[in-house]
Design a protein around this ligand. Structure first.
Ligand SMILES: *Cc1c(COP(=O)(O)O)cnc(C)c1O
Length: 344
């Protein structure tokens, strides 16, 4: 069977998770009657120190509902150039909410508060777009699983407060950030007005994200979720997978991080320009192929022929993501395949 490192979304629900799904208590969640959804929303809100949560089918929807609550039509959200909200949500902020974006570039997506604050322009009057929110991605996906320093997050909050600007956390992989940094979820939570988290990345649930914020924003978000067609019924069968993931799959992310580091060390051993292993802090290994005589697509094809699936995310950028269905035996095989593919 192929080894699939395209993303940490490719995991299959484990037998224990399927059991939790099978035995979930459910109700009609549009009526607020699904006890498993309600308890999952409350549980996550408590973990991050927020008042309330809203279960959504995808992280993109959780992000979009959150920023819709912070930014009015014709106002601006600023974010890092390669952030998921800007690059991978297909213009949803503009299409659905009339939100414009401006971006700042950062090496590996690493947050420097001053980068964001320097381009922020609140209260711009009748001539220019006003900045009303800043989004931070932690860990940063296209940056290579980068963990954002808590000192920069704190500095950003301070500067944003001085300007009256709101902060959104795209925390699809906040689990990985927590395991790598040791910073608690409530500490991360306290700096942000809205948060999105994903249960279907490293935590291994088949579906599910949650938007976290005040009761008021979550209440309004619930109305917009229904308007977008994502009011779901006996969805406790999915929330049960989320509970199971929180109970069982957070601490084990350390194994994914160790395997990603081992992959990076082996790849750097072939050619040190491909990756700096010290930059691999979590479960994402981004390869810079600029000095190689082949493209990311060619490399991914070569790997695929040998039984290893990786992502080509740019002409010269390939990505490997470790996850709960990738074990040490597969790690050994993957390294063998990569060593051959990278010199061919
Ligand atoms: C995966 C991801 C999301 C959400 O993606 P969906 O596929 O919509 O669930 C949001 N932000 C980041 C950084 C992600 O990696």
């Amino acid at each position: 069977m192929a080894i699939d490192l395209r993303s940490d979304t490719v995991t299959q629900p484990s037998p224990g998770m399927r059991d939790a799904i099978a035995h979930a208590q459910v109700g009609d969640d549009v009526y607020g009657d699904d006890p498993t959804v309600n308890s999952l929303e409350e549980r996550l809100a408590g973990m991050f120190g927020k008042e309330a949560g809203l279960f959504t089918p995808t992280g993109s929807l959780a992000n979009q509902l959150a920023i819709r609550m912070l930014v009015a039509p014709g106002e601006e959200l600023i974010a890092e150039t390669n952030s998921h909200i800007v690059r991978a949500e297909l213009g949803a902020a503009a299409v659905f909410s009339g939100i414009t974006t401006r971006t700042w570039p950062a090496m590996h997506g690493l947050l420097k508060a001053s980068d964001a604050l320097e381009i922020a322009r609140p209260d711009s009057g009748p001539y220019l777009v006003s900045t009303t929110a800043i989004a931070v991605e932690n860990t940063h996906n296209f940056g290579g699983g980068t963990v954002q320093p808590i000192s920069e997050i704190a500095a950003l909050r301070k500067g944003a407060d001085a300007m009256g600007i709101a902060l959104h956390l795209d925390g699809a992989r906040i689990w990985n950030a927590h395991i790598a940094s040791g910073v608690s979820f409530s500490e991360y939570g306290k700096y942000f007005d809205t948060i999105s988290i994903c249960l279907s990345k490293g935590l291994g649930a088949p579906v599910g994200s949650v938007m976290l914020s005040t009761k008021e924003r979550v209440g309004n978000g619930r109305v917009w979720r229904k308007r977008y067609g994502a009011g779901m019924r006996q969805v406790g069968i999915l929330a049960a997978a989320g509970h199971y993931a929180l109970d069982n799959n957070i601490e084990r992310l350390a194994d994914d991080h160790r395997r990603a580091k081992e992959l990076a060390v082996a790849i750097a051993g072939v050619d040190s320009s491909l990756i700096d292993p010290t930059s691999v802090e979590t479960n994402i290994v981004g390869l810079d192929l600029t000095s190689m005589p082949f493209t990311a697509t060619e490399l991914s094809k070569r790997c695929r022929d040998a039984g290893l699936w990786i992502s080509a995310l740019g002409p010269k950028y390939a990505r490997l993501v470790t996850h709960m269905d990738f074990d040490d035996a597969q790690l050994t095989q993957a390294i063998e395949i990569l060593k051959k593919a990278l010199v061919a």
